[in-house]
Design a protein around this ligand. Sequence first.
Ligand code: GAP
Length: 515
Amino acid sequence: MAIQEEHFKKVISHAKEYGFIFPSSEIYDGLSAVYDYAQNGVELKNNIRNYWWKSMVQMHDNIVGIDAAILMHPTTWKASGHVDAFNDPLIDNKDSKKRYRADVLIEDYVAKIEDKIDKEIAKAAKRFGDAFNEKEFISTNQRVVEYIEKKEAILTRMAKSLEKEDLADVKSLIEELEIACPISGSRNWTDVKQFNLMFGTKLGASAESAMDLYLRPETAQGIFVNFLNVQKSGRMKIPFGIAQTGKAFRNEIVARQFIFRMREFEQMEMQFFVRPGEQKKWYESWKETRLKWHLSLGLGNDYYRFHDHEKLAHYADAAADIEFKFPFGFKELEGIHSRTDFDLSSHEKFSGRKLQYFDPELNESYVPYVVETSIGLDRMFLAMFSSALMDETLEDGSVRTVLKLPSVLAPIKAAVLPLVKKDGLPEIAKEIVEDLKWDFNVDYDEKDAIGRRYRRQDAIGTPFCITVDHDTLEDKAVTIRFRDSMEQKRIPIAALRELINEEVSVRKWLKKIQS
Ligand code: GAP
């Protein structure tokens, strides 16, 4: 099994074993692509949300937050285009009766070509050693050039067919590439059909009077419909932003890769309203700001890359993803979209209400343009969790499993551990917990040998372990152990709060954005 695949399996099992993520309603065999956050998971998730909110809302004096309802008037989704255009192309295999996204089948085929390219590059790098020039190799090696041409031809044809809604050609492409069902191995496919991703529900008691509603597929529309309410009540001046975090629902056909693609998930979105014509400038500026936010968490440039969209959604004049190096490769973590005036204009049309801004500097009214930043909270969780989980071989040859989360996001900031369960040590340890818990999420643990307790805390990412021993009775000091270096230091109990705060405070981490 590939190392990455093995790592991903470990991520999923570790998340369950250490109380981060459970399959939803597991006693009934679970519900596909729906997950519950457990005791440690919810803390990590809350910390990520808080880190986003702090930087996007509280650190910007021209951005405010809201919390709109999940259920919205159904016309919202006509206006936004979701009723007509929020579709995925579906195909069924007649033998296995399994349903697939046609575009994903083709993309998986392309991924195999990419693997072959990577293998050729790795082989050549080994052969040529230091003299290897990757760029030159890619552009001149006959086999690699052919692979790249093939890959590009497939992707271009698929993009064109999807854009023209030529689903028959998408099916032809699958047939020409001889793509087989991964389960049955057969190429006995149905036609490709469009499938709307919104979950429907009903409002009202009786069948006759019930109104058809949708569970929101994105949080953004709750912001658009409140644009004028917020602008007027907050006396906001353009440019300004409205942010919110909350649940979104999509009936994903191919729900896989754990919490990467879920049917119920959470988004953190911000709509930034700007003067028409200034959207390009703000789009570039938000791309930069959002990348800095990610980088502030200390993983380094290698984990991130931009992917500019060639095929734009119906509402966008520019769009890019920030992709993250997940265990299964670089994939979308966040989207930055220049959404033009599409949404507000469309809501004006469908509601009959003016959604315009009077610009006192220009002395005119207009429908603002919008630049959106949109990140999946669960995806951010997976990014942080999967990159933090590692097995480390220690000097004595033993292996420790450690979750090296950025300490600002760690579920528990410090664990207080009495060396033994007697001689007054538990009492002092509990006093320390009582004091620290006002500022941090702290844990008390007196069970098992101290080494095993350290390992348990390493596995859930606790940055500090504080050990109370017999000397503490005399010197009012404790041993503090640092998760990453495993270094141990003796410090006065009175100095604990400041030391922990210096390391885990949002202030310390977010300040990196400015540097
Ligand atoms: N308002 C724009 C919007 O919703 P999107 O690219 O469809 O754009 C934005 O979604 C982000 O939401 C994605 O970058 C991803 O992080 C997250 N996301 C989307 N679908 C998801 C799913 N099924 N499961 C988990 N996260 C998802």
